[in-house]
Ligand binder design. Sequence first.
Ligand code: ATP
Ligand code: MG
Length: 396
Amino acid sequence: MELNQEHIFIVRCGEVALKGMNKPYFERMLVERIRKLLKKFDGVSVKRHEGLIYVRADKALDKQAIIKEISKVFGVASISPAVECESTMESIGRAAVAYMLEAIDERGIKTFKVEAKRADKNFPVKSPDIGKQIGAAVLKGCKVLKVDVHHPDCLLFVDVRHDKSYIYQDKIAGFGGLPLGTNGKGLSLLSGGIDSPVATWMMAKRGMMIEAVHFHSYPYTSQRAQEKVEELASLVATYCGRFKMHVVNLLPVQEQIVEHCPEEETTILVRRFMMRIAQKIAEKNGCGMLITGENLGQVASQTAESLIVTDASVTMPVMRPLIAMDKVDIMDLAQEIGTYETSIQPYEDCCTVFLPKHPATKPKLEKILESESRLDCEALIDAAVEAEEIIDIFPA
Ligand code: ATP
Ligand code: MG
């Protein structure tokens, strides 16, 4: 028997399925997002049916490439390449044998177990019996195979539905989360480091649309350092779609701080300016929150005291999804999403320009405000925003 003339992928929604009244909305957003990512392939259709999403693709298309794209969509819990057949025991049995013969060829499997489920309760055979009968058909059709109910090489799923039935083996895990565009828009402070791309990704994973701001201190920081950030942004965009990145020169602000304020306060003062400039850009661009890669205790500017003083510089909520994570776990996640290798390239960051020898680790807000009173903060912030450059970031 010929298996299907097209690739079929069953896509399961994770948390999306839990959203009660909003469920259809979340599912629609998810389908839309999958369609968008698969647009580059000719001959793909995406349809929603009975709580699952079915992706059909021309057989000539690269199956793995399609799986890779779908797995990048937030809200996808898992993906199974499947074969489709009529919902009769005979047809399911034939499809199961053909499917297993192919699996024996491709993967050299020796044992299997059938896991049957009938979504259509009117189907005349109950699930355990479907399992037994299909198991028997496979044993008969594939002489080399044996049943192993404890540690099978292959768990063969049989999903009997009203109109069609599906047979599959793998459940490839997606990232879960919620479809993009279901949770507002945030402005991410994106450096060239390991943390902020991961933080951005995590917020996008909760359905948040992204815009970014990057600060540099040109000519103290190089053009190449900025290109690295653009590269990172493009990698993040493969998940959250094309976005706008605001690029701001922080040097005029830094020079004023260095000239008028105590050296040990430089770091915290610079951070407060970054936040205020970001907030202004966020307000102008319809972003309701700021996102940073800050992590409690990682560096001088991220002690509890420093975070309190940083936070006091803005009124907008600041999302810090990495706040309680360990560095190794952040690094693992950076590896998994594909930003790590770019992040560790050694280029200078504006934060390392004018780095004080002994940064204050327990800054006091009153003292910091006193230092800031020597500067024309509003004018500096406005000028920085005014001079911003905007870069269109496309998925890598
Ligand atoms: P990262 O790995 O994200 O660079 P970090 O551990 O180096 O973080 P900091 O340099 O203290 O920590 O920066 C903390 C956060 O401030 C970053 O995660 C990022 O959100 C923001 N940030 C730092 N530098 C910049 C920059 N040049 N442009 C934009 N945002 C920045
Ligand atoms: Mg950094």
